[in-house]
Design a binder for this molecule. Structure first.
Ligand SMILES: *Cc1c(COP(=O)(O)O)cnc(C)c1O
Length: 342
């Protein structure tokens, strides 16, 4: 079946971004591929990153781990939510390592899989998941592969970054593990002090620019294309779309595209987003609806029904336009796209 929307995924850009992150960190570089590889396809992302040299992958839960199937040669997988009461069977049947996050999880792992390798999350200030530095007494007898922590504010110049680094160093000196890991994408940009033995980028691999240090180095991975369902003329004084928020001052040519908020092109792009026909920018007119939106196409007289246009989905730009985070932009892309890797 022909799908009327396309998500074109640039494998070379994905690999380029990972390599830039690995070189910048100067240490082993893993990849977060949770939430179906931030919406673009976890299996395909894993295969492409493995080819580029990545060996350490992270998902959130055991269902995501199972969906990946067999791992490529030499690859390891960490499950960030650890082992809860409902995860015992899945964890024991998987080759993935749980990232243990609490005293409860540590106790559970010691009981069900004594001596089997695991990772441990330390909470150095985000107060999300992880053991507090004063709760690490329970970690003896564990075979810890990677002791990790997660930064709360690495995308900003925030004093908590240095505080978390300091706390992590203190615990790392006291708790034996094969490897230590702190930085996500933004953390890599903070400098090599934050890199330790392994970094765990996500968003920047997929085209997100987490901090200014990454500007000019990260390439767009996901390209959104939609089709024109109808071309029409809006007469002077008439409106377009729900709420009549766009009113034409003069006669205006509009292309109605087959994309809307059900596809993840959310209403924040109303009167703010744009599409491209080649080099020509086509600004969004009025509100984005569920399955449709209008763009101005006075500048493109030849555009017609059935033509494809690229919706501007460069993540930093689209984030400014819509008020959504770069993470939300990727993970909300809906199920109606034909996903094509090139
Ligand atoms: C999601 C996640 C990452 C990746 O973060 P980005 O900001 O996408 O680079 C790294 N570590 C942990 C624990 C995560 O949950």
């Amino acid at each position: 079946m022909h799908r009327p929307l396309r998500l074109t995924l640039d494998r070379a850009a994905l690999q380029h971004n990972w390599r830039w992150l690995a070189e910048t960190a100067g240490t082993a570089c893993g990849a977060a591929i949770k939430a179906d590889g931030y919406g673009i396809g976890a299996r395909e992302a894993m295969a492409a990153l493995h080819e580029a040299g990545c060996r350490d992958f992270f998902v959130s839960n055991w269902a995501e781990a199972a969906e990946l199937g067999d791992l490529p040669a030499g690859a390891s997988l960490g499950v960030l939510h650890g082992v809860g009461p409902g995860d015992v069977e899945a964890a024991l049947g998987s080759s993935a390592r749980p990232v243990l996050n609490s005293g409860e999880q540590v106790g559970r792992w010691k009981e069900i899989a004594p001596g089997r390798p695991c990772d441990v999350m330390l909470d150095t200030g985000i107060n999300r998941l992880g053991l507090r530095p004063d709760e690490t007494g329970c970690l003896d007898e564990l075979a810890i592969d990677t002791l990790m922590s997660h930064l709360a504010c690495a995308d900003e110049d925030h004093p908590l970054n240095a505080t978390q680094l300091e706390r992590f160093r203190e615990v790392a000196a006291a708790v034996p593990a094969t490897r230590y890991s702190l930085a996500n994408s933004a953390g890599i940009c903070l400098g090599r002090d934050y890199a330790f033995d392994l970094v765990r980028p996500g968003i920047a691999i997929y085209g997100g620019v987490p901090r200014r240090e990454a500007e000019g180095h990260i390439r767009q991975v996901a390209h959104v294309e939609a089709q024109i369902v109808q071309r029409r003329t809006i007469r002077a004084g008439e409106s377009c779309g729900y709420g009549a928020t766009f009113v034409a001052e003069a006669e205006t040519e509009a292309a109605i595209l087959n994309i809307g908020y059900a596809d993840g092109y959310l209403r924040g792009f109303s009167s703010n987003g744009s599409a491209f026909a080649g080099e020509l920018a086509l600004p969004v007119l009025g509100r984005v609806s569920m399955d449709l939106m209008a763009v101005r196409c006075d500048a493109a007289p030849d555009l017609k029904e059935g033509d494809w246009v690229e919706v501007d989905y460069d993540l930093p730009t689209a984030s400014r336009q819509s008020g959504l985070s770069q993470y939300e932009l990727l993970t909300t892309l809906g199920g109606r796209f034909e996903r094509r890797w090139r």
